[in-house]
Design a protein around this ligand. Structure first.
Ligand code: NAD
Ligand code: GLY
Length: 353
């Protein structure tokens, strides 16, 4: 088992990465929290696969598990299911010393984390990611949120988990396109921080080394979050491709998944940055190669005007500027603020190039 430690203001917590860890969830949780009631939140795809093993492990370790199975999909990251989760937690009689556990992908992780941040003004929770995306990104770092009708992740909180248990074996049941969603975020880490990681992903699913990828991405995330927990500076790099990605998700009514949308967003920005002379010309070409090797999209049905318009409603806008992340070369990126009014022209130049 590999352990990656995340250092954040609320304390340190471990990200345990390995195989067959689902059956050790109880033991690992007992090492960081006294046995208590624990509300396991999961979705209807994950529950039949892993819920009983997690419950059995927690029961064996002395916990009193309860569970709530929600529908899968982005629409579950909503006020409706947040409200259902909170009322259910109250119905279980959870107190401030009790916990929640997120068993699933990023949707369940973000929703459960936000519920934990706000139930009785904040209780502890653990993350048990079962998608590649959740393992390498959403389960680590304490960003929790639900979506509002006005946009994605607009209602949220920073609330770090007490533990992350990542069982790489759970990826074996993922549909290919869900694995690819995670690969998009892994490509992101490669572009912003690690050219070797990027190159390792060029072989697609057939040559995928999940152990190496999860370990390396979590190391990068832990490193960045340890220095900028609250997203004031360096952490913005982790949003590479997300400004346009969020536009794609929103314009599609969330029928395009997060990872696929981020893939489009990364390629749009890479082309725009190349057209503006802000990065080496091979960045867009290499990005395209990596995304296509995972059957990820590089374009969408909305043109640059629609994408830019949707993006200006995104929460990352501060004052009159929008923060974009620009890859200087594969393995290095920087934060680039442009006036909101120039976004359309900036990405338009990339689309026309
Ligand atoms: P997801 O949670 O919707 O999961 C994708 C699908 O896979 C779902 O249908 C789910 O039921 C299914 N599934 C999950 N685990 C499975 C398994 N082991 N076997 C079979 N099926 C399984 O999507 P996701 O890609 O994991 O997460 C996307 C979400 O994460 C978005 O809402 C995004 O905004 C959020 N996110 C958050 C952060 C953060 O820092 N908090 C970072 C990146 C993304
Ligand atoms: N996924 C962006 C972040 O955690 O900051």
């Amino acid at each position: 088992m590999i352990t990656s430690v995340v250092n954040v203001r609320a304390g340190n917590y471990d990200v345990k990465i390995g195989h067959d860890l689902i059956q050790d969830v109880g033991k690992l949780t007992a090492a960081v929290h006294a046995p208590c009631r624990i509300g396991i939140i999961t979705d209807d795809n994950v529950a039949p696969l892993y819920l009983s093993a997690v419950k059995a492990s927690l029961t064996y370790a002395g916990f009193e598990p309860h569970s709530l199975v929600l529908p899968h999909g982005e629409h579950t990251k909503s006020m409706e299911y947040y409200s259902r989760l909170m009322e259910t937690a109250a119905g279980w009689g959870l107190r401030r010393t009790d916990m929640l556990a997120a068993l699933g992908g990023g949707v369940i992780g973000d929703l459960t984390g936000f519920a934990a941040a706000t139930y009785m003004r904040g209780i502890d929770y653990i993350q048990i990611p079962t998608t590649l995306l959740a393992a390498i990104d959403s389960s680590v770092g304490g960003k929790t949120a639900i979506d509002l009708l006005a946009g994605k992740n607009l209602c949220g909180a920073f609330h770090q988990p007490g533990l992350v248990v990542c069982d790489i074996g759970t990826f074996s049941t993922l549909p290919d396109e869900v694995l690819s969603d995670g690969a998009a975020e892994a490509v992101k880490y490669g572009i912003i921080r690690d050219a070797a990681l990027f190159r390792s992903l060029l072989g697609g699913k057939e040559n995928f080394d999940a152990d190496y990828t999860v370990k390396r991405c979590v190391e990068i995330k832990a490193d960045i979050v340890g220095r900028d927990e609250f997203d004031h500076g360096e952490r913005k790099l982790l949003n590479y491709g997300h400004t346009i990605g969020h536009s794609v998700e929103k314009l599609s009514g969330y029928s395009i998944t997060h990872g696929h949308a981020v893939a489009v967003g990364m390629y749009v920005i890479a082309r725009a940055a190349c057209a503006a002379g802000l990065c080496s010309p091979d960045v867009a070409r290499d990005t395209e190669k990596a995304l296509l090797s995972w059957d990820l999209p590089t374009s969408c049905e909305w043109d640059y005007t629609a994408l830019a318009k949707a993006a200006v409603h995104d929460k990352k806008i501060e004052g009159e500027k929008i923060s974009l992340l620009i890859p200087k070369r594969i393995g290095e990126a920087y934060i680039f603020d442009i006036p909101v009014g120039k976004l359309t022209d900036f990405i338009g130049a990339g689309e026309k190039s």
